[in-house]
Design a protein around this ligand. Structure first.
Ligand SMILES: Cc1cc2nc3c(=O)[nH]c(=O)nc-3n(C[C@H](O)[C@H](O)[C@H](O)COP(=O)(O)OP(=O)(O)OC[C@H]3O[C@@H](n4cnc5c(N)ncnc54)[C@H](O)[C@@H]3O)c2cc1C
Length: 382
């Protein structure tokens, strides 16, 4: 039997589940096909950073708009997702790094945004008493924060299901075929027919894009994380660094969660990852440099995710170039968690109206042709 829907979504990560929630909220019949289980990959195991700070100019508007949804995440999903808006700070260790922060703040102001501020030594020390004494200030967004990634992804999936979406776990898409004006999504266990298909397949989205004739140069990121035993409370904001690869936060439970983009290795085909301990030690050194109290802290666990990365580190969000009825939402390149709630709304707009008022200019597939013509890939702040 073929299941009929208005929209079939491939991928039950945060982006697929968020699209499902927004579409179901607007009365659409939605089926989500998830090969493993909801939140199995990046969406369930990331650092949980909810960050508008230091984004590429092309995604600042979308990221800032996304904070409005994070502020009412409980109402949207039925779960507070352990979201806390304790702020995020990108620490400068030298006057030269602080000068870079000042340039960044000026650039963001010129674009019309006010959320990023420069802070100097005293304010940094007031907000982060445990910071190393040599640090001179930083970039802050006071209402950025962090949430629990797995809980958030499950909350979106559950609310989508409560609103009528059918979330099929253990169902991998194997083919997409035209069926008149519709698409026939052929799964490992069933067949699904709809006029619109959303490609939210994370690191595997290039395979889905290829099924409809869109070629995209997609690489794999394998960001690593580690977590310490519980420590007495010493930190509220999320900390990053201007000069080092670091993201550093203390969870509600007291554990310290350390990431920042150091890479392990990942195999897309087996879905297996491997920790690179030499690189992981780099994260540990960065953490100790900024927080001397971390010297001697005991690690209890480390892990590594699989994620899609585009050549310019920006997501692909928009309609297929090759086929009608296909909407892409993938390639979040290490910073897609914060964007999950708002990008689901964008996908719903595109599926229902064919357009959106949200700022997605520059995020479509067409940019790669333009970049190839210019002989370069743009992008900062990933
Ligand atoms: C260690 C780590 C730390 C990170 N920290 C942050 C952070 O602090 N802040 C931030 O904003 N971002 C962060 N990110 C990035 C963020 O996690 C991702 O950008 C985001 O989760 C991507 O979500 P997604 O839904 O696109 O992909 P995924 O979560 O990978 O979901 C894609 C889903 O598609 C399924 N799938 C694939 N192919 C098929 C198929 N053929 N049929 C059916 N299902 C299929 C997969 O099983 C998977 O569940 C981090 C990532 C990692 C790995």
């Amino acid at each position: 039997m073929t299941v009929e829907a208005d929209v079939v979504i491939v991928g039950g990560g945060l982006h697929g589940c968020s699209a499902a929630l927004h579409l179901a909220q607007r009365g659409r019949r939605v089926v989500v096909l998830e090969r493993r289980h909801v939140g199995r990959h990046s969406s369930g195991i990331n650092a949980g950073g909810v960050r508008t700070m230091n984004r590429d100019p092309a995604e600042i508007g979308l990221s800032v708009a996304g904070m409005e949804l994070w502020r009412r995440i409980g109402e949207l999903t039925g779960d507070d997702c352990a979201f806390h808006a304790h702020g995020q700070i990108r620490v400068a260790e030298t006057p030269a790094e602080l000068a870079k922060v000042a340039e960044r703040v000026a650039m963001v102001r010129r674009l019309g945004f006010e959320h990023e501020e420069l802070i100097e030594r005293d304010e940094l020390r007031r907000l982060v008493p445990a910071i190393a004494p040599h640090c001179v200030g930083g970039l802050i967004v006071r209402d950025d924060g962090a949430a629990d990634p797995y809980r958030t992804t499950l909350a979106f999936g559950r609310r989508a299901a409560a609103l009528g979406a059918e979330v099929r776990e253990g169902e991998g898409l194997v083919a997409l075929e035209r069926a008149g004006a519709d698409w026939l999504a052929v799964g490992e266990h069933g067949r699904y027919r709809a006029p619109i298909v959303v490609n939210a397949a994370g690191a595997w989205a290039g395979d889905v894009a290829a099924m409809v004739g869109d070629a995209v140069d997609l690489r794999v990121r394998a960001s690593m994380m580690m977590v310490t035993e519980r420590m007495p409370r010493f930190l509220d904001p999320v900390i990053a660094s201007v000069g080092r690869k670091l993201s550093f936060k203390q969870s509600d439970a007291g554990t310290v969660v350390i990431g920042g983009g150091q890479q392990g290795t990942a195999d897309r085909h087996t879905e297996k990852t491997r920790i690179n301990f030499a690189n992981l030690a780099g994260s540990a050194r960065a953490a100790i440099a900024l927080f001397p109290l971390m010297q001697g802290a005991r690690l209890v666990r480390s892990w590594c995710g699989i994620e899609a990365e585009t050549v310019d580190h920006l997501p692909v969000l928009g309609r297929s170039l090759a086929a009608d009825g296909i909407i892409h939402s993938f390639g979040y390149s290490g910073h897609g968690f914060q964007l999950g709630p708002i990008c689901g709304s964008v996908v719903a707009d595109l599926a229902i109206h064919g357009a959106t008022n949200l700022p997605i200019a520059g995020l479509g597939l067409e940019r790669f042709a333009a970049q190839a013509a210019n002989g370069k890939a743009a992008g900062i702040g990933h």
